[in-house]
Write a protein that binds this ligand. Structure first.
Ligand code: XMP
Length: 516
């Protein structure tokens, strides 16, 4: 792999993704990992990420200097670039001028990682420390107003560095720089792709599972669907899927799983309609965390019951269910490995969560993958676009998009409003530009309106379109006014009791994506 050494950067995951986008497999490792452990992974190249520290401060995170002599090409980015400069004898100090955000870079020598680069280009910076003099043997490739050395290289040792962030989209030529480092400078081929991943996973799953039985909880979301399809490709009818309909799904979604998914894959599916049960448990509950707890708990219990049924059925034929499939993605793995006690903002429950008292071995075929890779695999496996390109949807579903008590009637209203918004966004070709667009019903808020010369006293619907790379941060999407107008008109016309549509124009932070 290409190792991305994380110095506590906001963008370390993004670097790993960009490397994959260049067709090269990457893994994130913490800077605290020993060099021997890193080298044991047989890295084809190393990228040092940015980070919040200053290299000249005592105790600042660093890396064993021998990494620069290990014969592996190294690219330092931002803090990683400063670590490289500092460790190799360059001069690194507080910058005369800190640069944050869009900055103009002047290319002094368009070679190596900056081969054929335009003489001036916009780059994304975030630094208050600068490299004033490059270490011996390095050639300076670029500077900015605040960074006398903004890019440098020593191709004879395979060492490269940039002060700016090539991994963010605000650096328009950033991906080119990463591509050049990987392909030209490090000589790596572009061979990481969907069909290769499928082949490798199928083989591994077959080896692990043997002739035992496998069970998988489907949430209707992309991850569990792709994980199930992948396992099914590997072991066919040894897999049984369980789908719990908690009655908080969007319009048409239960049908999509029950019919389209099964039609596309031929998977054995047990569908449980538990909506009545969930609604009764949620009666009278308005507090978001309580809703989440109830839904999470109920879900696990329902899933367990269905699971026991599958185990019993298998038992009758003398077989044993030994494995459980989970759609865990790489960011979840990285985040839980971080273990830095992040604040509990919301209790996210992962639908299909593992009941504690049942002992299964886990199969997590998506453990090394990012969302975009999962989608590519889903498409390659023949899953329909409506499943592969489904927006992220929270486990507790529409339950946390009704602010106030959840009732059947309110669910119907919200389901309709949500369907209208989705339909119009699709019609306008905006599906892949937005990350997701929660539609929220403020059930306890009432405002005065007028419809057909009559006074109304109805509730508002909130549209919450967001753009994001990973849902950790998000910006509100500037949807075209005419699309907003169409959605608004249709919702107020077609959804009884709704007399206002409002737009949530808040980024995350300070808000979260969902309202509860
Ligand atoms: P927030 O609201 O925390 O959401 O900004 C971030 C992302 O997570 C989704 N989300 C959930 N997903 N179970 C899930 O599987 C949950 O309980 C849950 N709550 C929020 C949300 O839709 C967004 O994509």
């Amino acid at each position: 792999p290409v190792l991305v050494v994380d110095f506590g950067a906001q963008y370390a995951q993004l670097i790993a993704r960009r490397v994959r986008e260049a067709g090269v497999y990457s893994e994130l490792v913490p800077h605290s990992m020993s060099l021997d452990q890193m080298l044991a992974k047989d890295p084809k190249a190393v990228i040092l990420s940015g980070g919040p520290a200053s290299v000249y401060v005592d105790g600042a995170p660093t890396i064993d200097k021998r990494v620069f002599e290990a014969g592996v090409p190294v690219l330092g980015i931002c803090y990683g670039f400063q670590v490289m400069a500092h460790e190799l004898g360059g001069e690194v100090d507080k910058a005369a001028l800190g640069e944050y955000g869009k900055t103009e870079a002047f290319i002094d020598s368009a070679k190596g990682i900056l081969q054929d680069s335009p003489a001036q280009q916009d780059v994304w910076m975030s630094h208050g420390v600068a490299v004033n003099r490059a270490p011996d043997g390095f050639e300076v490739l670029a500077h900015t107003e605040g960074a006398p050395v903004a890019a440098m290289q020593d191709p004879s040792r395979g060492l490269y560095g940039v002060q700016w962030h090539p991994e963010v989209t605000n650096t328009p030529l950033g991906q080119d720089l990463i591509d050049r480092f990987l392909h030209q400078c490090a000589g790596l081929p572009s061979d990481w792709n969907a069909s290769g991943i499928i082949e490798q996973q199928v083989e591994e799953i077959r080896r692990t599972v043997g002739d035992d039985q496998v069970i998988c909880g489907l949430s209707g979301g992309v991850d569990s669907a792709v994980a199930a399809a992948l396992v099914h490709r590997a072991v066919g009818d040894q897999l049984t899927c369980v789908f719990v309909d908690h009655g908080l799904l969007r319009k048409g979604e239960a049908e999509q799983v029950k019919h389209d998914f099964v039609a596309a894959t031929g998977i054995k599916l047990i569908a449980v309609d538990a909506s009545q049960d969930f609604l009764s448990a949620l009666k009278g509950v308005s507090e978001p965390e309580r809703k989440r707890k109830i839904i999470g708990e109920k879900f696990i219990r329902t899933f367990e019951k269905a699971q026991r049924q599958v185990i019993e059925e298998a038992g009758k034929t003398g077989k044993e269910v030994k494995f459980l499939v989970q759609g865990t993605l790489y960011p979840d793995v990285v985040e839980s490995g971080g273990g830095d006690g992040a604040a509990n903002i919301k209790s996210h429950h992962n639908v299909g969560g593992l009941p504690k008292d049942v002992k299964f071995k886990l199969i997590e075929p998506l453990r090394t993958l990012f969302k975009d890779e999962v989608r590519a695999i889903g498409t390659e496996l023949g899953l329909p676009d409506q499943i592969v390109w489904r927006q992220p949807f929270p486990g507790p579903g529409l339950g946390i998009r009704i602010i106030g008590e959840i009732t059947r009637e309110r669910l119907e209203t919200l389901r309709e409003a949500d369907a209208i918004a989705r339909e119009e966004l699709s019609r306008a070709g905006l599906d892949r530009q937005i990350w997701q667009c929660p539609v929220v019903l403020l059930a306890n808020v009432h405002s005065v309106g007028v419809q057909g010369d009559e006074r109304t006293y109805g509730s508002p619907i909130v549209l919450r379109p967001v753009s994001s790379e990973d849902a950790m941060t998000a910006d509100w999407t500037r949807l075209p006014y005419d699309v907003l107008a169409t959605i608004s008109t249709r919702i107020t016309n077609e959804c009884p009791g709704i007399n206002r549509v409002v737009l949530d124009c808040t980024s995350k932070p300070p808000a979260t994506i969902e309202w509860e």
